[in-house]
Design a protein around this ligand. Sequence first.
Ligand SMILES: *Cc1c(COP(=O)(O)O)cnc(C)c1O
Length: 383
Amino acid sequence: MSEEQTLATLMATVFDDANGSMTPPIVQTSLFSFDTYQDFEDRMAGRSDQPIYTRVQNPTVAAFEQLMANAEQGEAAIGFASGIAAITSTLLAFVKPGSRIACVEHVYPDTYRFMERILRPFGVEISYHSVEAFENDAGLLEGVDLAYLESPNSVVFTPMNLVKVAGHAQRHQAVTMIDNSWASPLFQRPLTLGIDIVVHSASKYISGHSDTVAGVVISSLEHISRIRDLTLPLLGAKLAPFEAFLLTRGLRTLNARMMQHQATANLFVDRLATIPQVRKINSPGANAVPGLTGRSGLMSIEFDDSVDIPKFSDALAHFRLGVSWGGFESLILPARVGLAQAGEQNSMQKFGVSPNLVRLNLGLEDAEDLWADFMVALSKGAA
Ligand SMILES: *Cc1c(COP(=O)(O)O)cnc(C)c1O
């Protein structure tokens, strides 16, 4: 049985419910009450783990968390109200004033803003490094408390050899944390490669239907307990039961959706290589680095100057303009629109992104329809 089948089979489990229910009940309650004084006292003293309050524990959320822990081969997981809530609540549980973070370049723009606008003013030191430096500079993580990684990273989609970087981090006793939203647990399981903490924007492939904003963190029991005791209750960005239900629903079809995204992305990568106006294709595939077993549907390409990007974008019929990704629908995000943010030093300036770069989210439409659309728009988009 291949690993993909294992994950798909894992996601088709029945819930342990007296009725044999295939889906978890939506436990839409804020609090859980106790029958006796003794039960209540035992729970508050930590002698039982009955739920108390949905800000910290809820059975529908717990069902999703268990599936995610299994999918990523971690010991435990916590659902959050958004991907950025999972990222910020995890970072704040592991850093304090004076801590040092080494962060990968071209990191997700709001993660960059959190580092610069919140962590740095609170006295956390942050440095940014290329994928190559993380892999090849064995001394990079000396004195670093936390390495913040994405593989591939955002915007330019450079994959990172996580086995190598995890090895460097272990030698320097740095905690490693990765945003695994791009690959999903189907194509990459960083915990099995030596990484300590995995986060996802579950709004993307985990949900898969562009109808939910959510996040999740997966790690060892020790790390998850720290977040559950500290930043989950005290920042309060918890996942709601209905959203958790939708995410469990999304996970059931993750395998099938990722296979379709991959097939379309493979077709695009093969054909884009023959298009003279395309200068660069950023789309790592299976085995680009150890442990990466597939290509997702999110990629970027760099046009040469002969393409008028606004004209090209407007000529597309099946790709809509928009942020986010990972749903059923194809999208285009020109870097000069998507990354430029007025009034602050933004990540496009910081990391140097070509104004000719566009990000494509290949959805679940017919691949030939999407390719035909792309080619027609290209012919109409000559500068
Ligand atoms: C969207 C995204 C996030 C943020 O997730 P939200 O669910 O929108 O809060 C984080 N990382 C990556 C790579 C993303 O694409």
